[in-house]
Design a binder for this molecule. Structure first.
Ligand SMILES: *Cc1c(COP(=O)(O)O)cnc(C)c1O
Length: 404
C-alpha cells in the first residue's frame, strides 16, 4: 500500500498553483515530476564534487567518476542485466535508438526486412526509415486493431529469414497498450532476427527483467522515471554491442589515436564519446533508488486503480470516446469528445490548472488509423489521486458545455 500523502510531499512541484488552481499534473507520459531527492542529487553534485570524470587523478574527479559508475550499476541492477558495460548511458531513448539504427547500416543489404509496429513513437519509426534509405532494406509494419492492439497473426506471417531486426514499444505512449513483447521477441528469434524494445513508456510502470526477456536491445529515458532530461539507457547484449560500430567519434571512446589509425575503447566507452551528462546520470541513479523504495508492484497496482477509476468516470460522459481499449493497458487514457477539437479541451483544462497533452503524441500513424487529428491524453503517475481525476472529469464536462 502506498502512502500517497507522504509521496506527494516528496514532490515540491505538486504544491504549486497553476492559473490560481492547485496543479493537477496528468502529463506523465510526456515527462513525470521529480522528487526532492533527485533535485538534491543535482544540487549536491554541483555544490560539492563537480568535476569531469574518467580522466582525472585528483580527488573530485575520482568522487564524480565513482558516483557516475555507481549510477550505471544501479541501472544494471534495476534491469537485471548481466554486465555493467552492457548498459550504455545515452542522452535518451531517441539517442539510444539512433545508435542502434546507425550501427545496423553495415549489417543490412538490399532486400532485407525490418519490422516495426504501427504503435510506434516517431522516434522509433524515423531512424528505421532513414536506415532503409541508406541500405535498401524494406520496412514492414505490424498493424493494429480497433482496440489498439497489435495484430500478432499478421506479425507471424511477416517474419521470414529476410527479417533482420524487429522494433516495438513495450507500452504505447499514445494509447497505453501493453504489447506482448515476450511473444514478439520469441517469434523474431525463431527466424534469427534481432529485437529492439522501446521501453520509454513502460519503465515508469513496469520493472522489466532484461535477462529473462532475452531481448537484444532495450532503450528508455530517465525523465519519465522521475529522473532528469537528457539521460537515457541503451541496453545491448554484449555480442551485439561488440558487433555494432561506434556512433560518434571523439574523446573517451578511443584506446589509441594516431593520424594513421585509431583503435576504439571497449564497452561501454565505445558508445560514450565526449563528456557525458554526469550530473544527469547520477541523478538518474537517485531516481531509480527512489522509485524502487516506493516499489514497482505498488506503483503498478495503484496506477491500475487510477486507470480503472478514470476510465469509468470519463466513460459516463456522453459523446466521449476512449481510444485504446486493450485489456492489458498502462495508466494512459486517450479520448475525444464528439464535435470538439482536442486542443480546445486541453486549453480549457489548463485554465483549471490541469495539465494534459493534446495532439498526435508523436504517433501520427495511430491517429491516421482512427482518422482523427489527435486526442486529449491524461496519463497518471503514482503521486496522482482519484480526487484529481474527479477535478478533471468535472472540468471536461464544463468544457463540453462551453464548446458544443
Ligand atoms: C517519450 C518516448 C520516446 C522518446 O523519448 P525521448 O526521451 O524524447 O528520447 C520514445 N518512445 C516512447 C514510447 C516514448 O514514450
Amino acid at each position: 500500500m502506498l502512502d500517497i500523502k507522504k509521496i506527494r510531499a516528496d514532490f515540491p512541484i505538486l504544491q504549486e498553483l497553476v492559473n490560481g488552481k492547485p496543479l493537477v499534473y496528468f502529463d506523465n507520459a510526456a515527462t513525470n515530476q521529480k522528487p526532492q531527492v533527485v533535485i538534491d542529487a543535482i544540487v549536491n553534485y554541483y555544490s560539492k564534487y563537480n568535476a569531469n570524470i574518467h580522466r582525472g587523478v585528483h580527488t573530485l574527479s575520482q568522487v564524480a567518476t565513482d558516483a557516475y559508475e555507481q549510477a550505471r550499476e544501479k541501472v544494471q541492477k534495476h534491469f537485471n542485466v548481466k554486465k555493467s558495460f552492457e548498459i550504455i548511458l545515452t542522452a535518451g531513448t531517441t539517442h539510444s535508438i539512433n545508435i542502434v539504427a546507425s550501427g545496423f547500416t553495415s549489417l543490412l543489404k538490399k532486400g532485407d526486412h525490418i519490422i516495426v509496429s504501427a504503435l510506434e513513437h516517431h522516434s522509433n519509426i524515423v531512424p528505421w526509415q532513414m536506415l532503409c534509405e541508406r541500405t535498401g532494406a524494406e520496412l514492414k509494419v505490424i498493424p493494429i486493431n480497433e482496440a489498439g492492439e497489435l495484430q500478432m497473426e499478421v506479425y507471424e506471417n511477416m517474419l521470414s529469414e529476410k527479417t533482420k531486426i524487429v522494433f516495438a514499444n513495450h507500452v504505447s505512449n499514445a494509447l497505453g497498450t501493453i504489447n506482448p513483447i515476450e511473444e514478439i521477441i520469441e517469434k523474431a528469434h525463431a527466424v534469427g532476427a534481432a529485437v529492439l524494445i522501446d521501453g520509454a513508456q513502460a519503465c515508469p510502470h513496469i520493472k522489466p527483467d532484461l535477462q529473462k526477456l532475452d531481448v537484444d536491445f532495450y532503450v528508455t529515458s530517465a525523465h519519465k522515471l522521475c529522473g532528469p532530461t537528457g539521460v537515457g539507457v541503451l541496453y545491448g547484449k554484449e555480442a551485439w554491442l561488440n558487433k555494432l560500430p561506434p556512433y560518434q567519434g571523439g574523446g573517451e571512446m578511443i584506446e589509441t589515436v594516431t593520424f594513421e589509425k585509431t583503435t576504439y575503447a571497449g564497452l561501454p566507452h565505445k558508445f560514450e564519446a565526449g563528456t557525458p551528462n554526469i550530473v544527469g546520470g547520477i541523478a538518474f541513479g537517485a531516481a531509480l533508488d527512489y522509485m524502487n523504495a516506493v516499489g514497482f508492484e505498488n506503483i503498478a497496482s495503484y496506477e491500475d486503480e487510477l486507470l480503472q477509476y478514470g476510465t469509468e468516470k470519463l466513460s459516463e460522459i456522453e459523446g466521449l470516446r476512449i481510444y485504446g481499449t486493450s485489456v492489458k493497458k498502462a495508466a494512459v487514457i486517450s479520448f475525444n469528445i464528439e464535435g470538439v477539437h482536442p486542443f480546445d479541451i486541453g486549453s480549457i483544462l489548463d485554465k483549471f490548472g490541469i495539465a494534459v497533452r493534446t495532439g498526435h503524441h508523436c504517433t501520427q500513424p495511430i491517429m491516421n488509423y482512427y482518422n482523427i487529428p489527435g486526442t486529449v491524453r491524461a496519463s497518471f503517475s503514482f503521486y496522482n489521486t482519484k480526487e484529481e481525476i474527479d477535478v478533471m472529469v468535472a472540468a471536461v464536462k464544463k468544457a463540453q458545455m462551453m464548446l458544443s
